[in-house]
Design a protein around this ligand. Structure first.
Ligand SMILES: [Zn+2]
Ligand SMILES: [Zn+2]
Length: 240
C-alpha cells in the first residue's frame, strides 16, 4: 500500500540531492554537512585550559570570573568553542535554517560529560513572536535529537528580549532577567539541565535557572553545543 509513495519519496529525495548537492557548512566541499577535516579541527570546550565549572577558556584550576557571579546556575558544559566550523554549524542551524544540522550537533552534545548529573532537561524557549519568525526553536530541535528526559512542566519566554549579540555582560543580565516563567508541577528535588545552541555569558541560562530554582529545582546546569568565551576583564562586549 505504501510502496508507490515511498518510491516517490525516494525519487524526490534523490532528485533534490542531484539538484542541490550537500556541502560541508564550514568549507563548502561536496559531501556530508560537516566534513571529516572540518570536524577534526573543531576546538573542544573540555579539558585543560578551561574553567572546570563553565567550560570557558581559563588558565587556572579554580572557577573563572565569568561564572562566579551566577546565583542560580551551577555550571555549563559545552562541546566546542564557538569558532571555526562550530560557529558555522550554529549559524547554519539558526540563521540559514538548515535543520539537518541539529542531529549533527546533538551527536557531539550527547557525548558530553555534564558538569553535574541531571534528571530532566528543558530547551531554552524562544518568545512566541521570534518562534513565528524563525519557524522553529533550535534549542528544542537539539533537545529532541538528544532524547534526554523531558521536564514535567513548561518553561516559557514571557517577555520579548533584544538579541544578546553585541551586548555587554551587564546589559545581557538586565535584558533577560525575569524573561522566563515556569508552568507546571513543582520541580522539588530535581536536578535540571537547560539546553541551548550557544552559551556566552550564561545570562540567559541564569535567568532560566532563577525561575527553575523558584519552582523547586535542586540544581540547574546549562548544556550548549558551543561555548563562546570572552575576556571578563575587557570592556568590549562578547561577540556571540
Ligand atoms: Zn568541511
Ligand atoms: Zn567559569
Amino acid at each position: 500500500m505504501n510502496e508507490p509513495r515511498s518510491a516517490w519519496r525516494t525519487f524526490v529525495t534523490r532528485a533534490v540531492d542531484v539538484l542541490y548537492p550537500r556541502r560541508c557548512v564550514a568549507c563548502g566541499r561536496f559531501g556530508p554537512l560537516l566534513c571529516v577535516p572540518c570536524e577534526a579541527r573543531m576546538q573542544p570546550a573540555t579539558g585543560a585550559g578551561r574553567c572546570p565549572n563553565c567550560s570557558a577558556r581559563w588558565g587556572a584550576a579554580l572557577n573563572c570570573p565569568r561564572c562566579l557571579g551566577w546565583q542560580a546556575l551551577d555550571g555549563v558544559s559545552a562541546a566546542f568553542e564557538m569558532e571555526g566550523a562550530a560557529r558555522r554549524l550554529v549559524h547554519g542551524l539558526k540563521y540559514r535554517r538548515v535543520r539537518e544540522l541539529a542531529p549533527v550537533m546533538a551527536a557531539h552534545m550527547v557525548k558530553l560529560p555534564a558538569v553535574r548529573p541531571f534528571d530532566v532537561a528543558f530547551a531554552v524557549p524562544l518568545h512566541p513572536s521570534r518562534l513565528r519568525d524563525r519557524g522553529f526553536n533550535q534549542a528544542e530541535m537539539l533537545l529532541r535529537e538528544l532524547g534526554w528526559p523531558a521536564a514535567p512542566g513548561t518553561l516559557r519566554r514571557v517577555r520579548k528580549t533584544r538579541t544578546q549579540v553585541g551586548q555587554a555582560v551587564r546589559e545581557r543580565r538586565a535584558n533577560v532577567s525575569g524573561a522566563f516563567a515556569y508552568e507546571g508541577p513543582p520541580l522539588d528535588g530535581l536536578t535540571v539541565a537547560v539546553v541551548d545552541d550557544v552559551v556566552t555569558t550564561g545570562a540567559t541560562a541564569e535567568a532560566c535557572a532563577e525561575e527553575l530554582r523558584a519552582a523547586g529545582a535542586r540544581s540547574v546546569v546549562a548544556i550548549g553545543f558551543a561555548r563562546a568565551s570572552y575576556d571578563p576583564a575587557s570592556s568590549a562586549p562578547p561577540r556571540d
